[in-house]
Design a protein around this ligand. Structure first.
Ligand SMILES: C[S@@+](CC[C@H](N)C(=O)[O-])C[C@H]1O[C@@H](n2cnc3c(N)ncnc32)[C@H](O)[C@@H]1O
Length: 410
């Protein structure tokens, strides 16, 4: 298990940050080779690296071991391909399994049928080798096999993660529009936050950004609270995994800086507080109720990271916003019908000199709406929604303002 080809899928736009993260996590291994691909990163690594990446990656969606890559034309070729993989070194027929199939421009008419052929090949190979066929369980499989089809190639992977990695194991209290943990981590990575500068999310909701940041400030591994599919695979050795967990535990420390969050909805602040407790960072985050249009900076200077509300009427009286009847997702209005973002910009210009604000938005015209000139724009995807992470530098005296000219659409 010393030379595995590991593929870590991630959201589009996150590949560069993930490649840097993968290199940092796997530096102990020799001869690491990391290759950026569209939608993920490929790295040569060991079984131990696969476990470390599951434990420590904040940006990957999962960690897959590539077991086959070749050409195909039809379902019979898929059956042949899956028959050639030595599944019996990965699991026994006592484990249940499932085929997860994805495709890009595949000529096949039914992906379900393609998955069925791969499933048959796996089961038939087990029957030939052991006289027993493993069962399929589509809901809670012990083992997930991923198949990815392009126009003419098939790649088969063993999934070492199981539940996707954004499920860190601490979220029980969700808000209405929680950010995925992996996307919050991507915002933090893109901002270049050094974990020494104070960080503040003035619309923190259930606390995703501040909890990710606080875990970074305390060096808490994101996967320390959850189980992984690799624990049911044959190469798994409990003592090696326990040692990795103990190492991670021993590396935790007191927070290197202050992390602040606030939200106008007190219910959300309660959620964030409970989530922070489960994530082991209740001591490292400072959470409050409060309107972002009124709250003063919690430190003289720092970094704001914000996933602001969209398409909702914002209540200033301490309750969650309700969807505005006619608002598009780019619109957000205050209780009195005013436009939220210009008011937020005015507040920041007046009180937040010395701060840098990073705002994730699907509204590509947000800078002109706020009459601020962005100093960076990073493309990011929130699920299927194309977003930008805009950086605004709130310069002492006055912010970098822009004339309300027509914005460029990218
Ligand atoms: C898109 S959600 C943020 C979700 C958050 N990132 C999470 O992961 O749960 C926007 C949040 O802004 C809050 N909000 C709306 N208006 C606000 C205001 N004027 N001041 C502060 N927070 C506000 C909402 O209560 C909501 O929790």
């Amino acid at each position: 298990m010393n030379q595995l080809q590991l593929f870590l899928p991630c959201a589009a736009g996150v590949e560069d940050f993930l490649a840097t993260e993968v290199q940092a996590i796997t530096t102990s291994a020799h001869d690491q080779r990391t290759r950026k691909m569209r939608g993920g990163v490929m790295v040569d690594g060991s079984w131990r690296d696969a476990m470390q990446l599951n434990l420590r990656s904040r940006l990957a969606q999962r960690v897959l071991v590539q077991l086959y890559h070749g050409e195909y034309r039809n379902e019979r070729d898929l059956y042949e391909a899956a028959s050639r993989v030595a599944w019996e070194i990965w699991f026994t027929p006592r484990e249940t399994f499932k085929i997860e199939i994805t495709a890009q421009h595949s000529p096949l008419t039914s992906l379900n049928f393609a998955a069925l052929k791969i499933k048959d090949a796996v089961a038939d190979r087990f029957r030939a080798k052991t006289s027993v066929r493993p069962d399929v369980n589509t809901q809670w499989p012990d083992v997930r096999i991923h198949a990815h089809l392009t126009t003419d190639t098939v790649t088969l992977y063993m999934d070492t993660s199981g539940e996707p990695l954004f499920k860190r194991g601490w979220r029980e209290d969700k808000g209405d529009a929680p950010l995925k943990e992996t996307l919050a981590a991507a915002m933090i990575a893109a901002s270049g936050w050094d974990a020494r500068t104070p960080l503040y999310d003035p619309c923190c909701g259930s606390g995703t950004i501040v909890i990710e940041a606080a875990q970074i400030a305390c060096n808490i591994a994101p996967g320390a609270l959850r189980r992984f599919a690799f624990e049911k695979l044959l190469p798994f050795q409990r003592h090696v995994w326990t040692a990795l967990l103990e190492q991670a535990q021993a590396a935790q420390h007191a927070p290197t800086t202050d992390v602040f969050g606030s939200d106008v909805a007190h219910r959300m602040v309660d959620f964030a507080q409970r989530n922070a407790q489960r994530a082991g960072v209740a001591h490292a985050v400072n959470l409050r109720g409060g309107d972002a249009l009124q709250r003063r900076p919690p430190a003289p200077a720092g970094v704001m990271l914000v996933n602001p509300p969209y398409g909702e009427r914002i209540a200033v009286a301490g309750v969650a916003g309700t969807p505005a009847r006619s608002a598009g997702r780019e619109a957000a209005q205050t209780d009195d019908g005013g436009d939220f973002f210009p008011q937020l910009a005015t507040h920041w210009k007046k009180h937040y000199a010395g701060w840098t604000a990073w705002v994730l938005t699907p509204d590509l015209k947000l800078p002109s709406r706020m009459r601020l000139k962005e100093s960076r724009r990073v493309p990011m995807w929130n699920g299927p929604i194309e977003c930008r992470l805009f950086r605004f530098d709130m310069v002492a005296g006055s912010a970098r303002e822009r004339a309300p000219t027509a914005p460029s659409p990218t």
